[in-house]
Design a protein around this ligand. Structure first.
Ligand SMILES: C[S@@+](CC[C@H](N)C(=O)[O-])C[C@H]1O[C@@H](n2cnc3c(N)ncnc32)[C@H](O)[C@@H]1O
Length: 229
């Protein structure tokens, strides 16, 4: 048989009336807690998704951060390439400013960039500025792409990567290509021209020259050293 104490306990556990305002208050504050936790978690995931592509390049072996070219730098690139035409690639194209400026000057211009947000933004900007037909942007690691099809190459790199990039470009590019380095020159190539000054300086290199330099270097390495007599 039920005692009156037991039935009172059941009443207070099962029925909302029995629990009074305290029970309803607890469940609505639990729901609010869940909503706040969900919002906070969602915001953190969204923040990570946006920030990670900007921060992760800093953790790579060669840190090449997003530093956009100055207006003067972009003008210097276009000035040294004014007599050129055809295809152009910006290696690590950032927000697409060099590619878009080159497309406006008649180049068929492409950008390769690791950060997807910057690529999506570049595509939007190219479309807004009416050059989406003469420009393209790819989410790619520059070390995993061949630049063999480009006759004009632009790089705003960092000194730590330039010696490795020298070898890559010298082996891939056709002899008719020109390479423009922004802010940091290549370590062993001899430039045929420069423009601008300070941080806006650009150096122009002729592929015929640096490819023959590479071949000479290779020949020297593969030939047995002559002994002094
Ligand atoms: C110094 S910024 C130059 C941006 C652009 N070229 C300009 O002049 O405005 C270098 C860019 O290279 C990108 N980057 C870094 N590592 C890369 C990689 N392995 N492959 C492709 N892009 C990379 C960075 O995200 C950054 O946007």
């Amino acid at each position: 048989m039920e005692t009156s104490g037991e039935s009172q306990q059941e009443l207070s556990l099962d029925s909302p009336q029995g629990s009074g305002d305290g029970g309803a208050g607890k469940s609505s504050s639990r729901r609010l807690g869940l909503v706040v936790t969900g919002l906070l978690g969602g915001s953190l995931v969204a923040l990570y998704a946006v920030a990670a592509p900007f921060v992760l390049p800093a953790l790579r072996k060669v840190c090449l951060p997003f530093v956009p070219a100055t207006t003067a730098q972009v003008e210097n690139v276009l000035r040294v390439l004014r007599a050129r035409s055809g295809t152009l690639v910006d290696i690590g194209s950032g927000d697409g400013r060099i590619v878009i400026a080159a497309a406006k000057r008649g180049f068929q211009a492409s950008g390769f960039e690791l950060n997807p947000w910057l690529v999506w933004y570049s595509r939007y900007k190219a479309w807004r500025e009416g050059v989406h037909c003469s420009s393209s942007f790819h989410i790619s690691d520059l070390w995993k792409v061949s630049f063999a099809q480009y006759s004009n190459v632009v790089i705003f790199g960092v000194p730590q990567m330039m010696d490795q990039l020298e070898l890559k470009l010298a082996s891939e590019l056709p002899s008719s290509a020109k390479v423009v380095a922004c802010r940091f020159p290549f370590p062993t190539w001899v430039p045929e021209n420069t423009a601008g000054e300070g941080i806006d300086t650009v150096w122009v290199y002729d592929a015929r020259t640096f490819k023959s330099q590479l071949q000479q270097g290779m020949t020297r390495k593969t030939m047995p050293e002559q002994e002094d007599t």
